[in-house]
Design a protein. Structure first.
Length: 154
């Protein structure tokens, strides 16, 4: 009987592999072949399911940005410490690894037009969350600067 493939767990494995490679090897190490090695998914399967390196990056970038927003929202809802913008700064060794991954994604965002729309959307959502947090007292450019400051402090 053929083995059923769990697409969600495969996608999670690929995203984890992309993030691991970004945190340990940086952008130069981010190849389909390397992602396949780290995730233990055949390169042909990666290409079959996602179509291209760009699609793999888009899916991984979207997932990583969404996780960052969820962490911020969870902290604001009282499910995490610390709260506010401090929730975006690393507070544990695991969060340092997450911060390294996030900074690698920001670098990729700066130089890869294929993922720019994903991070542009993420920043719009983060500005909206920050605007709510501050009672809409600040202009969008001030909110962007505050988020850039948080990334710089990271």
């Amino acid at each position: 009987m053929p083995r059923l493939i769990d697409s969600e767990s495969r996608a999670d494995a690929l995203i984890a592999a992309v993030n691991h490679i970004l945190s340990t090897e940086g952008l130069p190490g981010l190849t389909i072949r390397r992602v396949a090695q780290v995730s233990r998914v055949a390169a042909s399967s990666v290409l079959h399911h996602l179509g291209s390196r760009e699609r793999l990056l888009a899916v991984s970038a979207s997932h990583t940005a969404r996780n960052r927003r969820h962490r911020f929202l969870a902290a604001e809802a009282g499910y995490g410490e610390p709260r506010g913008l401090l929730a975006l700064l690393p507070a544990s060794p695991d969060e340092v690894v997450d911060a390294r991954i996030w900074l690698a994604w920001l670098e990729l965002w700066r130089c890869d037009p294929a993922i720019a729309p994903i991070f542009d959307h993420h920043m719009i959502q983060m500005r909206g969350l920050l605007a709510e947090l501050t009672g809409h007292r600040f202009a969008p450019d001030k909110l962007s600067a505050t988020l850039a400051l948080a990334d710089g402090l990271t």
